[in-house]
Design a protein around this ligand. Structure first.
Ligand code: GLN
Length: 509
């Protein structure tokens, strides 16, 4: 087996576009890699037939010199995006047998550029969670220290683990309060959430509609920019879609003279490795010619409570569509009880629906409305900060990956995992996590960057500077590289690309 899965998206793109490897070979190799990583439980559905069909089309285009931006590149898709005629479960028993009748806007954009779908990736049920252990299909695992059965983070844990372990070159996630960034931090890869409105939500399962955004995982910043450039854009089918033309993200822009803030008061009571990593990153920015200044932010509990008050309310409203009339298992269809589907939801989803119904039905001012007031205070505060600063820098998570079955003292304790990631979703900002070091257990940790709404470029420019200086070694390089990687993969690639397409098809059967 060749080791082509170890390459970055950009490297594989160059091989494909130069005709040095056929997309059919590549897809074949990727399915072998996925098979060898099945213990990580990252894929809920494998879309084998679709992948080979797309690969054939891509090969024809490449041969004709008509390759599109992502021609032949195999990616994974979080299982809350509709991919037409494929199963879409949102990792819930409620949608276990649901076949998507239409295509999501973001996935359609990617297929239009030639990307190939390998399958649908595991996640927390309805994207509610921070560890991937609320999935009705069992948890995904982090490839780092597999014997310890660590969480890949959540809710897009399957996507993060699949990219980190080499099962796809990039993967779609979704981010309502950190579901792209925290798993990226746990798995040692890049996770990017654009501004609210940059990517269409059409065809994505709704969790909390005023927070939900598409996002992406990749192994480095360049690959992230390539993916985002093909995902962002206006969609009339999403009423909150931004009609302004999205920027083309450029990895060569300097941050010299840019001004960064860091909330100094948050340094108290943090793990010493997390603080050290944070300080190192601030130094990288100074070394790149930027100015770094401390600021003071409110206690994180304020942001967290506002987030959970609002998102549970919106979730209760969104999930009320699962009445059992249109969705639910066959057994439930014959059940005369109108709300029989409720029994199919997992514990965490039920808890959030109940909390949401409670705050939505509160007659006084302490329910949803209170949350809205708090949200506008937070927004105003941050808009003032962004008058002076280009971006804010702080840790992505208070810790490294924890065991996937970690028992929290009480269920809401687990909500504290999101302390650092909910703010951008409250104010509609873009944000990302960049792998920047290791914690006390030698596991990856990411640094979190956020900027004012619609300034995605500053994040990419900053991330590149951190990536250059941090010397972070990812899972593939650290554990899966043999010494002769380059020689092996080059000779094997050219071997494989000598095979004819019909030989590949035979191999696959
Ligand atoms: N962990 C957060 C939650 O459970 C964020 C989830 C997400 O971004 N989808 O709400």
């Amino acid at each position: 087996m060749s080791e082509i899965w170890k390459l970055t998206l950009k490297e594989v793109k160059d091989l494909l576009h130069n005709g040095e490897v056929s997309p059919l070979t590549l897809v074949h190799e990727m399915f072998e890699r996925i098979e060898s990583q099945s213990h990580l439980n990252n894929f809920i559905t494998i879309t084998r037939e679709r992948a080979f069909k797309s690969a054939e089309e891509s090969w024809e285009r490449i041969k004709q010199g008509n390759a599109r931006a992502l021609e032949g590149i195999p990616i994974g898709v979080k299982d809350l995006y509709c991919v037409k005629n494929e199963r879409m479960t949102s990792a819930s028993n409620v949608l276990r047998d649901f076949i998507a009748p239409y295509e999501s806007h973001v996935t359609q954009k990617l297929w239009n550029q030639g990307a190939i779908c390998l399958g649908k990736l595991n996640m927390d049920e309805f994207a509610m969670g921070s560890s991937n252990n609320t999935s009705a299909f069992g948890p995904s695992f982090n490839p780092w220290n597999y014997d310890q059965k660590l969480s890949p983070g959540g809710s897009s844990g399957g996507s993060a683990s699949a990219v980190a372990s080499g099962s796809c070159f990039a993967a779609l996630g979704s981010d309502t309060g950190g579901s792209v960034r925290q798993p990226a931090s746990f798995c040692g890869i890049v996770g990017f959430k654009p501004s609210y409105g940059r990517c269409s939500r059409f065809g994505m399962t709704a969790y909390a509609s005023s927070f939900d955004q598409a996002g992406v995982f990749a192994r480095n910043v360049e690959d992230t920019a390539i993916m985002m450039n093909n995902m962002m854009g206006y969609d009339p089918k999403d009423s909150m879609s931004c009609s302004e033309k999205p920027p083309t993200l450029d990895i060569n822009k300097s941050i010299k003279g840019k001004v960064f803030a860091y909330p100094k008061n948050w340094m108290e009571n943090l793990d010493k490795h997390i603080i050290k990593n944070w300080e190192n990153c601030l130094q990288y920015l100074r070394d790149a010619g930027a100015i770094v200044k401390p600021i003071e932010l409110m206690d994180f509990d304020f942001y967290l409570s506002t987030y959970y008050l609002l998102t549970t309310s919106e979730a209760a409203s969104n999930l009320s569509r699962y009445t059992g009339v249109c969705y639910g298992s066959k057994k439930q269809e014959s059940n005369p009880k109108y709300n029989a589907t409720f029994e199919l939801f997992g514990k965490e989803v039920k808890r959030r629906i109940l909390m949401g119904v409670h705050s939505l039905s509160s007659k006084n001012e302490c329910g949803y409305k209170l949350g809205l007031k708090a949200r506008s205070i937070i927004k105003n505060d941050f808009m003032k900060i962004f008058e002076e600063f280009d971006a804010i820098v702080y840790p992505c998570s208070p810790r490294e990956a924890f065991p996937v079955n970690k028992v929290f003292e009480n269920p809401t304790e687990s909500y504290k995992e999101d302390v650092f990631t909910v703010i951008p979703n409250l104010i509609g900002s873009p944000a990302m996590s960049v792998p920047s070091g290791y914690g006390g257990n030698g596991l990856p940790i990411g640094i979190h960057l956020m900027s004012k709404p619609f300034d995605e470029q500053i994040l990419i420019s900053t991330a590149i500077e951190i990536e250059k200086r941090a010397n972070f070694v990812n899972y593939i390089k650290k554990f899966e590289n043999d010494m002769n990687e380059n020689n092996n993969s080059k000779s094997e690639n050219s071997n494989l690309s000598n095979k004819t397409d019909s030989q590949y098809k035979k191999d696959v059967k």
